[in-house]
Design a protein around this ligand. Structure first.
Ligand code: FES
Length: 108
């Protein structure tokens, strides 16, 4: 049994050397929005959903990226409505948002 039902990690990494990084795509804004929606919907906490910051997850070319466990589903998104869909469909209802899934071939 997991402590959390679903655990989400958002890459918030910023690089200073000009290479692709998730912070260039307002990863912080998406993280903040996700946390706040999870809380508003009453999903946060033990046996529920936990949303955490992460450093580079080494899939920078697809940034911004986040990964949801235990399913190990990787997402990328465009705007906050995409985050809403991930929260409501996957984090709350357990249905993966296929259109936002990061292709397996995307790496650093
Ligand atoms: S900078 Fe986000 S995955 Fe590397």
């Amino acid at each position: 049994m997991s402590y959390y039902q679903r655990h989400v990690f958002f890459c918030l990494n910023q690089r200073a050397n000009g290479e692709a990084s998730c912070a260039d795509h307002d990863a912080q804004g998406a993280f903040d929005h996700c946390k706040s929606r999870v809380k508003q919907l009453g999903l946060a906490g033990k046996d529920g959903v936990r949303v955490n910051k992460a450093g580079c997850l080494d899939r920078c070319a697809g940034g911004p990226v986040a990964v949801v466990y235990p399913e190990a589903v990787w997402y990328s998104w465009v705007d906050q409505s995409d985050i809403d869909e991930i929260v409501e469909s996957h984090l709350r209802d357990g249905k993966v948002v296929e259109r936002l899934v990061l292709p397996e071939s995307v790496g650093r």
